[in-house]
Design a binder for this molecule. Structure first.
Ligand code: HEM
Length: 433
């Protein structure tokens, strides 16, 4: 590290801006969160937020910095501290529940180095495009059925609640090996796990308080465990062509993986896979409604569907952050980041960085280049990215040629959450069939 290049004054983020970035509510309002990110990128691209209820956090808002941190997994680690931003009291609650550890899920996003590789290798091949492709026919059948149901609703519905939530859920549950009759339970548990801050989606019966998010998280996890215990035993006896069978029968150094790692793997895949994809899909349709010339463009050339999917994922950026912790003193953008400092990777900000994207707030389906960071980058880059893209491509290949028009009949609402957020409701009127 060349100490001569280091800036001498620590950039402290103004409290009102810091509060916007750490509050779930802000992510439900584009006109609140994006101006705050714009201010940060322009005035304090790497600023440190000090708020009483939180550890100090570096807010990383520029594309190049999010990329640099993501690609240097030796320096910026996932396992030292919580990979999600939660209050200090929530983190304390997690430590209490997890024998002093901050890890609330034994899944890839919480792991580093050798452990991460060991567990990622179990499914890495399964998620590669050439293997995922073999499910294309199955996914297309689910897409056709879902689109038929959409048109059977008669031309008016809530695009999110009546349609978009269910298609990616069906696909991922089918591939994991969860029976269709249990989809509703999985959806409810996912929402409770990830949207602990949202008044409509948070788990019932959890005392509200500074550690409420962690309390809800642990109660939900126990319910997931009860569910997967039976399914795992069944697949060990009768393996099928699904992810549960792959993981339940996998051996590391000749041993089955322990229950916590096994069940947390299912939870990670079952929860990461559908909320995010459905958010990107419904957000893409909102883009088409707000930018009607883009709808006409896609209608006139369905060959643009892959680009449209990519832009929908950039524009919506369903995962709002992951945290990293510095494993050593390091210099970034002229600032000294101390060992054990925590950094918040603000993906929506990186994806609207004007140094990277022309007219970044606009929805432009044939945007080129479009190397967004909505799937992260480096060692932890989204395991399910090819599946998410395939899901969305097939859905829109089935939907768009049959859809003649679509408009809003009410104001769309977004989920209040700092981790995964996107449309919660979107009332629409549409024609086609
Ligand atoms: C549009 C949909 C999706 C988005 C926007 C998304 C986004 C992300 C992001 C930002 C990360 C963290 C990357 C990093 O730390 O660098 C991630 C990791 C992950 N995603 Fe996704 N994801 C999506 C769909 C899926 C699907 C469909 C699955 C599985 C079926 C999935 C499973 C995972 C897993 C297991 C990880 C942890 C990987 C690791 O730490 O090695 N995701 N995803």
């Amino acid at each position: 590290m060349n100490s001569e290049t280091l800036k001498s004054v620590e950039p402290v983020v103004p409290e009102d801006i810091a509060r916007i970035v750490v509050s779930g509510k802000s992510y439900a309002h584009d006109d609140v969160i994006y101006p705050a990110f714009k201010w940060l990128r322009g005035n304090m691209p790497l600023g440190k937020a000090y708020l009483d209820e939180y550890d100090p956090i570096w807010l990383v808002t520029k594309y190049d910095d999010v990329m640099e941190i993501s690609r240097d997994a030796d320096t910026y680690k996932n396992g030292i501290h919580n990979v999600l931003l939660q209050t200090r009291e929530s983190d304390e609650f997690t430590r209490k529940m997890m024998n002093g550890k901050i890890r609330s899920l034994n899944s890839l996003a919480f792991m580093d180095a050798h452990e991460h590789k060991t567990y990622r290798d179990i499914t890495a091949k399964w998620f590669m495009p050439n293997l995922i492709k073999r499910y294309e026919q199955r996914i297309r059948e689910i897409a056709k059925e879902s689109v038929d149901e959409f048109f059977a609703l008669g031309g008016e519905c809530d695009f999110v609640k009546d349609f978009a939530l269910y298609y990616p859920l069906r696909v991922i549950m089918d591939l994991i090996g969860i029976p269709r009759e249990d989809e509703a339970i999985m959806l409810k548990l996912t929402q409770e796990l990830f949207a602990g801050e949202d008044p409509d989606e948070r788990r019932e019966g959890v005392d509200l308080g500074p550690d409420a998010v962690a309390r809800a998280w642990h109660a939900t996890m126990m319910e997931f465990y009860d569910y997967f215990r039976g399914l795992s035993a069944e697949r060990q006896k009768n393996p099928k062509d699904d992810l549960i069978s792959l993981i339940a029968n996998h051996r590391v150094d000749g041993e089955r993986i322990d229950e916590a790692h096994e069940f947390d793997y299912y939870i990670a895949v079952a929860t990461a896979g559908h909320d995010t994809t459905s958010t990107a899909a419904s957000g893409g349709v909102l883009g088409l409604i707000q930018y009607p010339e883009q709808f006409d463009l896609l209608k006139s050339d369905i060959g643009l569907v892959d680009k449209f999917v990519t832009e929908s994922i950039r524009w919506t950026t369903p995962i709002k952050h992951f945290m990293r912790t510095a494993s050593r003193d390091v210099e970034l953008r002229g600032q000294l980041i101390h060992k054990n400092d925590r950094l918040m990777l603000c993906y929506p900000s990186a994806n609207r960085d004007p140094d990277r994207f022309t007219d970044p707030d606009a929805f432009v389906i044939d945007r080129r280049p479009n190397q967004h960071l909505a799937f992260g980058n480096g060692l932890h880059m989204c395991l399910g990215q090819h599946l998410a893209r395939l899901d969305m491509r097939i859905l829109f290949q089935e939907l768009i040629p049959r859809l003649n028009s679509i408009e809003l009949t009410g104001t769309p609402k977004f989920i209040e959450a700092t981790f995964t957020s996107g449309l919660k409701t979107m009332p629409v009127r549409y024609t086609g069939g």
